[in-house]
Design a protein around this ligand. Sequence first.
Ligand SMILES: [Zn+2]
Length: 1020
Amino acid sequence: MKSIFKNLSLLLIICLSFDITNHARAQEGDQILDGIGETALIARYTFKGNIRDWSRNNFHLNFQGSSIKYEEDEKFGEVLALSGVTNDYFTIPSDAIADMESMSISTWIYPRSKQSGQTLLEFGKNPKNKLAVNPLGVKDEGIFHASLQSEEKQTEVKASGLPINKWSHITIVINIPAKSYAIYINNKLAGESKDLSIELGQIFDQDDNEKNVLNIGKSFDPILPNLNALLHDFRFYRIALSENQVNSIFQNSTKGASQEGTRIAKKTDELPTFPSSHPQLYNEYLIEVPDIEVETSIGNLPRLPNMIEGKYQGQLNGPKVKVIWPADKDNQAVLQASTYTITGKVPGTSFAPKAKIIVKESKNITPPVKKLASFALDQVTLQTDKNGSDTKFIENRDKFVTTLAETDPDSFLYMFRNAFGQTQPTNAKPLGVWDSQETKLRGHATGHYLTAIAQAYAGSGYDKELQAVFFKKMDYMVNTLYDLAQLSGNKHPDHPTFESDPTAIPYGPGKSGFDSDLSEEGIRTDYWNWGKGYISAYPPDQFIMLEQGASYGGQQHQVWAPYYTLHKILAGLIDIYEATGNKKALDIAIGMSDWVYARLSQLPNETLVNMWSTYIAGEYGGMNESMARLYRLTANENYMTTAKLFDNVRMFFGDEQHSHGLAKNVDTFRSLHANQHIPQIVGSIEMYRASSEPEYFQIADNFWYKAVNEYMYSIGGVAGARNPANAECFIAEPSTLFENGFSSGGQNETCATYNMLKLTNELFLFDQRAELMDYYERGLYNHILASVAKDNPGNTYHVPLRPASIKHFGNPRMTGFTCCNGTAIESSTKLQNAIYFKSIDNKELYVNLFVASTLDWAEQNFSIQQSTSFPKEDQTLLTVKGNGKLDIKIRVPSWATKGFKVSINGKLQKLETKPGTYLTISRKWKTGDTIKLEMPFQFHLDPVMDQQNIASLFYGPILLAAQEPEARTDWRKLTLDVSDISHTIKSNGNPLEFIIDGVLFKPFYESYERHSVYLDFNLK
Ligand SMILES: [Zn+2]
């Protein structure tokens, strides 16, 4: 192993001594190469003198023999040579198969022996449950043979065998929903089975990845010969590649893959299409959609209503009509006082409602001031439902809190100690996945962990022993990190020189440039040179390289979002400080923030603009949020200045002159990476809170309105583009989810929804619009609650919404975190946080969510007990303890269209209760007073904006998913009664479970097997 790394660092030095041109970057590092989003790529081995994974995931191969051989090849340069002898084979780390429904593998292969039985690869849990690829046949010489077998079934695919002593490109595509198993040879479909009925879940151990074996070059069967061949560019994807994608991989690899134009492929995997002129769902019964009038002020694009009241045939009382308005890319249309008209469209119809836009002289817009505050997590406690059973909230909280209590802080400190060259405590084990040795995001889970244990501590007042466990963990984490941070940039007894200035950090010892080498052999640990206050789980190089234009990728001249990771760490430290008053936690955050200020404040604006516009590399989480928070806590102006240095100028303001951007309601986030940008918007509202500068409020408010109305799926998620071909991106144009969304790699990255909820919560503290909490409730029940495994804290990354999908849960033991696994430990330790809010003047109490809980408002001598089995029932009872005047503001959800009854002490009140508003009960309360709220649920459909027949079924706030017996590619068709859809829906006797046309519907948050969130509905 050693020799490989030596070669590699030599290569690296050569590489760094030249300017890294665009050409080099496109060839070596761009993860969206070939138009396939980088989350789809599990691993890629180019075999250029090493067996390292080229992707960001660092699934480096393990070699089982004594020496790896490479050969110089005419066509591809250096290639891997496998000899066919016993131990000459490789294994892929078994963590690589997480979160995978379908699978594709491609490679160039040059067989050097005709012998049948040679194994290119075998993946599986044991010899009876495996995927096998034998390009020269198993027994019959000359036949390409691939199979997938479980104990009960086997699918075989055959193609003509590969020629000997010649390069062939092969791609294996296993498409579970399409029941297809295909072999492509040199870009041609060479063999296919279309009745694949085995799921990958059957060949892999789902509970313990370590039991799975991923061999390259060898079979489980000791009789079969190992592969005797050359290999080049082996890739492993977690999606079923489409023909277009297979083609682009092949074409790009034959011509060097350096042309910019080939990098972003068109959307490839087509969904079922429907005639665009056919009115669907309620639109079939529309007879009129009125024109509207909207006012705006100069410079600001108008906020157009998402839904308009339409007229339907006869007695039909249909829903509001979704109108798709043209979406400008700048604010040219509103630069002076004027009136103009735009025309919208109603999908599938010829209705073309007009909006008259009146542009007026700008009044000074004064955004709302912060009126509300959250309660501390220890003031709200989740309770069992009326039957004494755990609610879904308690179940999920306990899955996380119990497992968190068992975690070893030394695992979360491992890479910090490693970066600082410290010895590890006995038995300390590193985390895996994105915190493994060479992963450039290492330390991110530690940040989430700090927040999670702070929240678990604050929220576990119901169990003092448990609470003490979290206190101890926090203390240990902070003390260790504090001691490490103190080492940075300080004199070291063994070294004559040190560097305390963050802007004067030298190259690592023996290095001739900055690099992101984090290998045991290559990592620099000269912390005395890192500038005062520095803390991270890697040396400072990635931060410096980003300033110098480094792009995102797995190579050593590339980086992976250093400020993203830092944001998690700073947020975690500040959370601990706020939960416990731990001064050392604040001091670490201050020290590192001073370091950041020192570096960023000396950079030209243009550099900053470019940094924050760089795909993923420039992803900074909510650094602006943490800096604004730190400013609020310390009053040190430098932190507010630093927060502003993180302004995403292009998205926020359009350009450096602040011409337009989100601040002026221009949609500047189409096609962008969703979770790179949502936390920046959370930062914007935090900056408004700290600075009162109106632009920052407008940015957040405008973004929220657009994201929720024009980009949202029914579960509350906002990302999952097919165009651009990247499951983590916003769609290319607003209100085109069907046309451009529903990525085959999954949609709705869970951490993006976590951040949307955070943004919503913050906005509501300023602006008490009920639609905000309607969204919060939707995302909380239908994504966050739905993202957790049945019996453990395993949780989702993408939540796929295509027909008959299945959720994939990762990280059940908290041993290896992705971004979503990281936010999950935050989400589920603060599930109680938005049930109630208070006004800052303590005169109002907001009841936002109907969750069994108690609120202990000690400062006001009030407590509220909320008893309910909601959503298994459609009512709740609030019991007041305390005496005195208080306005209780109660959310009347927008879905409560069948009435909302309020009874006080058993007496029905005459109150105006309009869905989608808050109602106020002003009263002098006394202990024992009760408020009963009844809000009959009803069924409603939530269609995809540009394809109305593809819709989700809701019962009240609860998304119901159709339980599916098997994988499928088309949306299940169902017909409902147009006059009242509930006529077609039968209860099966269990709460929230229904039958339509023989199909069982259950809450999405209770769906653990195959299910469809969207169906193809027809009304009759
Ligand atoms: Zn994520």
